[in-house]
Write a protein that binds this ligand. Structure first.
Ligand code: SF4
Length: 340
């Protein structure tokens, strides 16, 4: 299998250029073709000699591979399907008035086993490489229009830390997409060691999938709670400054009878008191064969109002692309409205 170039820095591309018999400065040209012009093949790299392009093609792949499937919602949301090894992963493009947000996957399946999640139920089939993560951005027709990214698709991004950080490096580098970190949000269920690294090494936004503020109840649905208590996750988050450019939000998917009561709202208020943050309430998209039901609209509104009345900014997130996402579990549950 040939080595893929997507994800490499200009420095790393120097070796590629030299191996292909090109001058070292060709690394900058290759980076520009990959990340600015977002071409899929070496043939299009017209300022590189023909012999050089042929040599690159013999030795390497760009890593850009077209999606193998697409579903489009009545509201303009599009779900793309990508082949990875023996399985497939999804990315969802969510257009809104002033932005195009891509919700990307970081793993094929997931090890974390959250009981309400279709991806969790499928088990783990492997980490995506940096090239496979970036391909979700580059190979879709809307690539040039994308403005924001949320790592909220399939998988736990902090369980594939290096590949995800490699993708974020390309998205934010001046030689890459040159996006501001505030255009990117990573969502995690709270894998503490990697979360600390993420907060230390990266200025992008953070979304924590909280879902229940009461540890023993959270454990019923989210096995990660056993290793990493949500109380410790919030303690860690409190050590960082979210009063400026970087923001933290807490994702709270609402289930009837599990986490939608006044008792839960009060526990959440106590847990987050004094933290500069926002809570996003998410409707649970019911999945066939899953025993869980979405909280009622009045229960969600009361929950939201109780948080807001107690000084915690809380919104009910508008759902997008329900008609194409409803069967997907993870994406349907978490990727409902892109970045805030
Ligand atoms: Fe994995 Fe996220 Fe699904 Fe949990 S909710 S199983 S972390 S993909």
């Amino acid at each position: 299998m040939k080595e893929k170039l997507l994800g490499k820095t200009p420095d790393e591309l120097k070796k590629v250029a030299l191996d292909a018999g090109l001058p070292a400065f060709a690394s900058k040209q290759i980076a520009s073709w990959l990340y600015e012009k977002r071409v899929s093949d070496f043939e299009s790299m017209s300022n590189i000699s023909k012999a050089g392009r042929e040599k690159l093609g013999e030795m390497f792949e760009t890593g850009v591979e077209a999606p193998i499937g697409i579903a489009e919602s009545f509201d303009g949301t599009k779900k793309y399907l990508f082949r990875t090894g023996e399985s497939a992963v999804e990315a969802v493009m969510i257009p809104s008035e002033d932005r195009f947000t891509l919700c990307v996957s970081s793993q094929a399946g997931c090890k974390m086993g959250c009981r309400f999640c279709m991806t969790g139920r499928q088990g783990f089939h492997g980490n995506l490489s940096t090239a496979e993560i970036l391909n979700q951005f580059i190979s879709i027709p809307e690539s040039a229009s994308l403005t924001n990214a949320v790592f909220m698709g399939m998988g736990e991004p902090l369980d594939n830390f290096d590949a995800v950080m490699g993708a974020i490096r390309v998205l934010t580098a001046p030689w890459g997409f040159a996006w501001s970190p505030k255009r990117i949000t990573l969502s995690t269920i709270g894998v503490i060691p990697q979360l600390k690294r993420y907060l230390d090494e990266c200025n992008c936004h953070l979304a924590v999938s909280l879902h229940n503020p009461i540890p023993e109840e959270r454990l019923e649905m989210m096995p990660v709670q056993k290793a990493y208590d949500i109380l410790d996750v919030v303690d860690l988050v409190r050590q960082y400054d979210f009063s400026g450019q970087r923001r933290v939000s807490f994702e709270y998917t609402m289930f009837s009878g599990w986490n939608d009561s006044k008792r839960h709202a009060d526990a959440l208020i106590r847990l987050l008191r004094g933290l500069e943050c926002r809570v996003n309430l998410i409707r649970f998209h019911e999945i066939p064969d899953f025993p869980y039901r979405c909280a009622s609209a009045p229960a969600m509104e009361q929950f939201r109002d109780r948080l807001n009345n107690n000084g915690i900014t809380c919104t009910i997130r508008a759902s997008r692309g329900e008609d194409i996402l409803a069967a997907c579990g993870m994406l349907a549950g978490r990727c409902s409205n892109g970045n805030r």
